[in-house]
Design a protein around this ligand. Structure first.
Ligand code: ATP
Length: 736
């Protein structure tokens, strides 16, 4: 049998009432197999190993909190064990869960000692969180009631018996849906997208969240029932009624116990939405988006738990409370001023083993989280103690006055120093918006203004605080003679608060000075940026000029190439002209051939030849010579119509023919070779001219494109460059 070794319990139970520092109490609840798990043939593999305590408690009608941790066993391919403060299996009743989780003790004891308490249910979707927490139904109690209705019933019962009804309870109820806070008590639909803010003493609250005074569990049940209709639920493959939001119900209680001790406390009851695998729930569209948001919030919660539970100093890191609304609102419950109980709900089925192991790992880590809850109670004091407190109060008053004067001077100096940068819209005295978690030095003037505005607000808040302290002090003084004991009791509570606030004011002042220095650095940085922007702008202008020049040069280049192109065209025209000349030569050669044919006919003809007058025109030289050599025959020549009939002496004819044949031969050879070589060289000239022209056309196209690109007025590259150089400074809003 293999398994995960169980660590020895490292802590005392959180139920110890005197201790202000206690670990988060974590219990596991295993629900019975669900219908869908039975249908898909799942086997139960998660069970609780009974502790000695729980066995001996079996007989007891009131379930007891076990003093020792309990163990949960997961039997998969190997066995694993998880040690928790209590383990409740599928047979555990709702009542048992209420008691053994520690919820009953928190409500009936811790709240009345002035401790803030949180009870939250965590786990996979469909694991039984809503079933465990329950919603107060407004009806009479039943066995199936979860923690919330039971807590409400016990709370009012205790108020009746311990405060004689002298207590006030206020209820508020919200949900976080898709990272938006919604007021579930708001009936007019205006309770959406509320903001988280923080008071001066670090208490986180939701601005604009409504709260109602409530006088009975039934009244709470009534409001919660109404609110539950506003909560987003939907059906998924793993839960027919799946909560799609984290619901947080807060009860603020203030009362006076029988021994005149005043107390105040906050009971926070949280029903988280379940972690889910989109594949398993088969959620799509809106449901899938919800699932992603749910998982995101829970992931941050996991990060917070793991940061808080880290035991090794070198791995300790700041819990990322601000990364989600859920963790921001639960900041006090996890590592803060609250006694916290976490119920990790799991399925027993092997089908859900991965999710179950995850939940349990998370749960065991959460057990290491240490909270330090402080008691909000007021006790009666002796007259000596009261007088001492009064002296301290006077001292504090003097300190407050001094601080007030310093603040006034600083505020004056600050607004005089930088009037242009301080926003005029700083009259609101509301607390600072907390949602923006930006840290580090901002580069924009918006942020600078924001800092200024925050600074101014801060000063006003400080002034308000001082006024409040003065008021508290003078109230304390005025009551001394008449009701010395009660007033002093009040002061006993207020004195540490005053001390804390003075320390806080001093801290605020120090941080204000830091802010001043930071602002000075920012101003300096802004001046530098302006200077950078100036030189960037100069550089951009220079670049525009260079580009203009380049554009001109490119334009010249284009013109030159175009001229070259035209020149080539002229040359090409000349080449085609020469081709025509060659054609003419060819024509002439043809005529020579015709003459040659004629001469051949002369050779073959008898004494009289018939010659076309047109032929005579073209090869007249030959006939003239014929006639000159044979003058005596001239008279014998006869012309009729287009023909000449010529008598020829055979000897002369023979001689002339031979001469001409030779002449023809030579001319023909000469012309043929000339025409051939001219044709060849012209052909290559023509080809090279065509190539040059094609090349030039491409170059012209490219140069024209480059010229257009270089146009500084319409140049994307330059514009981008300018934006890049000047942009950051332009964003400062003060640089034009
Ligand atoms: N211990 C239990 N005994 C009997 N039925 C239970 C138990 N726990 C849960 N169930 C039933 O299982 C179903 C799912 O429970 P529930 O709605 O409480 O889950 P959930 O964890 O709140 O889910 P989601 O995160 O999706 O809202 C319900 O029908 C509920 O009645």
């Amino acid at each position: 049998m293999t398994g995960q070794p169980i660590k020895p319990s490292q802590k005392a139970s959180s139920s110890s009432s005197s201790s202000s520092s206690s670990n988060v109490r974590v219990v596991a609840r295993i629900r019975p197999l669900a219908q869908y798990e039975i249908e898909n043939g799942s086997k139960p593999i998660v069970k609780s190993l009974p502790s000695v305590d729980s066995l001996s408690n079996k007989e007891n009608s009131i379930p007891q909190i076990s003093s020792e941790p309990e163990v949960l066993e997961v039997q998969s391919s190997e066995k694993r064990w998880f040690e928790l403060d209590a383990v409740l299996d599928g047979n555990s009743s709702q009542r048992e869960v209420y008691y053994k989780s520690g919820a009953q003790q928190a409500v009936t004891q811790d709240i009345f000692k002035g401790f803030n308490c949180t009870i939250l249910a965590y786990g996979q979707t469909g694991a039984g969180k809503t079933f465990t927490m329950g919603t107060a139904s407004g009806k009479d109690s039943s066995d199936t009631d979860g923690i919330i209705p039971r807590a409400c019933a016990d709370l009012f019962e205790q108020i009746d018996t311990r405060c004689d009804g002298n207590a006030q309870v206020e209820l508020s109820y919200l949900e976080i849906y898709n990272e938006e806070i919604r007021d579930l008590m708001c009936t007019d639909g205006s309770g959406g997208d509320l903001k988280i803010r923080e008071t001066l003493n670090g208490e986180v609250y939701v601005s604009g969240l409504s709260s109602r005074p409530v006088q009975s569990p039934k009244e709470i049940g009534h409001y919660m029932e109404e609110a539950s209709h506003r909560r987003v639920v939907a059906s998924t493959k793993m839960n027919a009624v799946s909560s799609r939001s984290h619901a947080i119900c807060v009860l603020r209680i203030q009362g006076v116990l029988e021994d005149s001790t005043k107390f105040s406390a906050k009971l926070t009851l949280v029903d988280l939405a379940g972690s889910e695998r989109i594949k398993k729930t088969q959620a799509s569209g809106k449901r899938a988006a919800e699932g992603i948001n749910i998982n995101k919030g829970l992931f941050v919660l996991g990060q917070v738990v793991s940061a808080l539970s880290e035991q090794r100093p070198k791995y300790k890191r700041k819990p990322p409370y601000r990364d989600s609304k859920l963790t921001r609102l639960l900041q006090d419950s996890l590592g803060g001023n609250s006694r916290t109980i976490m119920v990790a709900c799991v399925s027993p089925a092997d089908f859900n083993i991965d999710e179950t192991i995850n939940t349990l790992r998370y749960a065991t880590s959460a057990r290491n989280i240490k909270n330090s809850a402080t008691r909000n109670v007021i006790k009666a004091l002796s007259p000596e103690e009261a007088a001492k407190l009064q002296r301290e109060n006077q001292l504090l008053l003097a300190q407050v006055k001094e601080l007030q004067e310093t603040i006034r001077k600083m505020a004056l100096a600050s607004s005089e120093a930088t009037p242009s940068l301080v926003s005029t819209d700083t009259d609101s005295l509301g607390s600072q918006e907390d949602d923006d978690d930006s840290t580090g030095v901002s580069m924009s003037s918006d942020h600078l203004r924001e800092d200024r505005s925050k600074q101014k607000k801060r000063i006003k808040e400080l002034e308000r605080e001082v006024r409040h302290l003065q008021r508290a002090n003078s109230n304390a003084k005025s009551g001394v003679s008449s009701q010395i004991t009660e007033t002093m009791a009040q002061e006993a509570i207020e004195l540490p608060v005053l001390h804390k606030k003075v320390a806080q004011l001093e801290e605020e002042l120090a941080s204000k000075k830091e802010l001043e220095a930071e602002n000075e650095a920012l101003r300096q940085e802004m001046d530098d940026l302006k200077a950078d922007a100036d030189s960037a702008r100069l550089a951009a202008n220079k670049m525009a000029k260079i580009m203009e020049q380049l554009q001109e040069l490119k334009g010249d280049e284009v013109d030159k190439k175009k001229m070259e192109h035209d020149h080539i065209k002229v040359e090409e025209a000349w080449v085609s002209f020469v081709f025509q000349v060659l054609e003419t030569n060819k024509e002439q050669m043809k005529r020579l051939r015709d003459d040659f044919t004629l001469v051949a006919r002369v050779v073959e003809s008898p004494d009289v030849m018939v010659i076309d007058k047109s032929s005579d025109g073209s090869s007249g030289g030959f006939w003239k010579r014929m006639r000159a050599k044979d003058k005596k025959k001239d008279s014998e020549d006869e012309a009729s119509g287009d023909e000449i009939h010529m008598k020829v002496d055979p000897a002369i004819r023979q001689k002339l023919v031979t001469e001409h044949l030779q002449f023809f031969e030579e001319r023909m050879i000469e012309m043929e070779s000339h025409v051939h070589s001219e044709t060849v060289s012209l052909g290559s000239i023509r080809d090279s001219l065509r190539m040059q022209r094609d090349k030039l056309e491409i170059e012209i196209g490219e140069s024209e494109f480059e010229r257009d690109v270089l146009n500084p007025k319409d140049n994307d590259l330059l514009n981008q460059l300018t934006t890049l150089l000047i942009g950051p400074v332009k964003n400062l809003g003060e640089y034009d």
